[in-house]
Design a protein around this ligand. Structure first.
Ligand SMILES: NC(=O)C1=CN([C@@H]2O[C@H](COP(=O)(O)OP(=O)(O)OC[C@H]3O[C@@H](n4cnc5c(N)ncnc54)[C@H](O)[C@@H]3O)[C@@H](O)[C@H]2O)C=CC1
Ligand SMILES: O=C(O)C(=O)COP(=O)(O)O
Length: 526
């Protein structure tokens, strides 16, 4: 039974696939409510309210995946999760339309004083001349961050007859042209925009993007909108500009600290309109994001591909189908290399040839590295934390695509370098025969990497193979398969033997005492 904790009131209708699965038990509530059972959960589903800190992760030693039913993952300590090997997924596009529509509603409300007019009328006043608004038609909307929400917003703004100036370092001219928007530098956007709305994540670069200095450049009467993340617009910096009348109005759905304090100074301004982080709060968005994360968690628990991992290279279902056969092979190659090369390693080079060059092989390299490191460490190592663990251990690794197929339709070649030795391995996947190791340390060989293996380096002399058989026979060890390889007659040679069960621990020493045997390594559990 896999245990899953669902927090933050994620919409249960969307979670049905997960809730209906008989091998999964879903608890619904908060971290506090289930504090005595946190150690059992493999998956945790959250919105933005639950803070998945390093401390929370420590209390959940079994946790393998955190799923964010929404976009922003700033409530999750990504570094700590990645170090621990916990996958973090989100639901990137399930709430795009709702948040776009909310932003547009905020813009329209702000320029036409709708919240102020409502509350004034409800308090018994009829103040028409105090609430003269501004038309959107012909005005320039400055969008900072042209991702999913920024893009949808630009379409709506164009439909309202607005000009759109965009600042996003990743926006190409071609895309800007297609979307009928003008791609500009940030400073230029500040100069020309009548309304500025931010749609970036909160990062070191975007924190305080609109601050005292940058707001000073904006047009008098500018309207500022933040429906992305609190802090992109510096809240304190707004105050002098609201007081001086430079800013025409501000609309905020998000705050530096949520909820904002009751006496937060911005809440006292009539020109500031606010909502309590409602961008994604529609029935449709909540159903979408719940269904997306439920699928991801279910797939993960069933060993199927996940699509929206934040701390893993992403790939589509189709790409996964193509990459799947090589997944096992890279895992086995990592394990064999690690067990054959016992000394300290400082470099791992992986090369992909043939059909593999058409695929995004980054996930295979991570898988190989995870398997390589796992045999050497007793902490959890997987594709998520393999890069940081390799870095910590001073192991550099890299991958390249090559045209050297050696006659195979696909070929993976790995070289592992240490201070004292180098070890290399080549493998391929053949539909009819499965995984094959085709070369080991420069020796051509052909074996299926499976079960318990014994790798023997020896001199190519008569009787060596017979002696190995004799020693193993004396220990009542039955050989399942045996492959030999050599470069030249009478020179260095290797044997790869496979067995149905584990070998006695001391068998390497016994075999190494046989004449002409140079080195013996057991390779377990491939
Ligand atoms: N208020 C709410 O309830 C919701 C808020 N959000 C927030 O809205 C924001 C945008 O979401 P999406 O459009 O889905 O994200 P996205 O990832 O599709 O787009 C973000 C865009 O920001 C751009 N960007 C990054 N750094 C930048 C910088 N320094 N300057 C200019 N552009 C930069 C990126 O190139 C990207 O195009 C996120 O912060 C997300 O957390 C999302 C959904 C709901
Ligand atoms: O998806 C996002 O980034 C949001 O900000 C939505 O947050 P929520 O799920 O409504 O708490």
């Amino acid at each position: 039974m896999a245990y899953v904790l669902v927090t933050d009131g994620i919409k249960e209708d969307g979670l049905q696939p997960l809730l209906n699965e008989s091998t999964i038990q879903c608890d619904i509530g908060s971290l506090n409510e289930f504090s005595d059972r946190l150690n059992q959960y493999e998956a945790l589903l959250v919105r933005s309210a639950t803070k998945v800190t390093a401390e929370v992760l420590n209390q959940m030693p079994n946790l393998k995946i955190v799923a964010r039913a929404g976009v922003g993952v700033d409530n999750i300590d990504l570094d700590a999760a990645t170090k621990r090997g916990v996958i973090v997924v989100n639901a990137p596009d399930g709430n795009t339309i709702s948040t776009t529509e909310h932003t547009f509603a905020m813009i329209a409300s702000l320029v036409r004083n709708i919240p102020q007019g409502t509350s004034s009328l409800k308090s018994g006043k009829w103040m028409r001349k105090d609430y003269v608004g501004t038309e959107l038609y012909g005005k320039t909307l400055g969008i900072v961050g042209m991702g999913r929400i920024g893009t949808e917003l630009s379409r709506r703004a164009r439909a309202f007859g607005m000009n759109v100036a965009v600042f996003d370092p990743f926006l190409t001219n071609d895309r800007a042209q297609k979307l009928d928007v003008e791609s500009v530098e940030f400073d230029h956007l500040l100069d020309v925009a009548d309304i500025i709305t931010v749609h970036t994540p909160l990062t070191d670069k975007t924190r305080g993007l609109l601050n005292e200095e940058t707001i000073a450049r904006t047009k008098k009467g500018v309207f500022l909108i933040n429906c992305a993340r609190g802090g992109i617009i510096d809240e304190k910096a707004l105050i002098p500009y609201l007081d001086s009348g430079h800013i025409g109005g501000v609309a905020l759905d998000v705050f530096e600290s949520e909820p904002p304090e009751h006496n937060h100074p911005l809440l006292g301004y009539d020109q500031v309109i606010v909502t309590p982080h409602l961008g994604a709060s529609t029935k449709e968005a909540q159903l979408n994001v719940a269904a997306q994360v439920a699928d991801e968690v279910l797939y993960f628990l069933q060993d199927k591909p996940i699509r929206n991992a934040i701390n893993l290279p992403g790939f589509s279902k189709e790409e996964y189908e193509k990459i799947k056969p090589y997944y096992e092979l890279t895992r086995k190659m990592g394990s064999i290399l690690s067990q054959c090369m016992k000394s300290a390693v400082n470099l791992v080079e992986v090369s992909y040839a043939g059909k593999l060059t058409e695929l995004d092989t980054a996930i295979l390299t991570r898988n190989l590295m995870a398997s390589f490191l796992k045999s050497r460490l007793d902490t959890t190592v997987n594709e998520v934390n393999a890069p940081s663990i390799a870095r910590e251990r001073g192991i550099t690794y890299g991958e390249k695509h090559s045209s050297e197929t050696h006659g195979y339709s696909n070929l993976i070649s790995v070289t592992v370098q240490g201070d004292k030795e180098t070890f290399s391995l080549q493998g391929t996947y053949i539909k009819e025969y499965g995984d094959r190791i085709t070369q080991l340390n420069g020796f051509d060989i052909d074996f299926h990497p499976q079960g318990h293996l014994l790798y023997i380096q020896h001199n190519d002399r008569p009787g060596v193979i017979g002696n190995v058989g004799k020693v193993l026979g004396e220990h009542e060890i039955n050989i399942a398969t045996m492959q030999v390889g050599r470069k030249t007659a009478g020179g260095e040679a290797i044997m790869m033997l496979s067995f149905d069960s584990e070998l006695p621990k001391n068998i390497e020493e016994t075999l190494e005492s046989v004449q002409d045997i140079v080195k013996v390594e057991q390779i377990g559990g491939v």
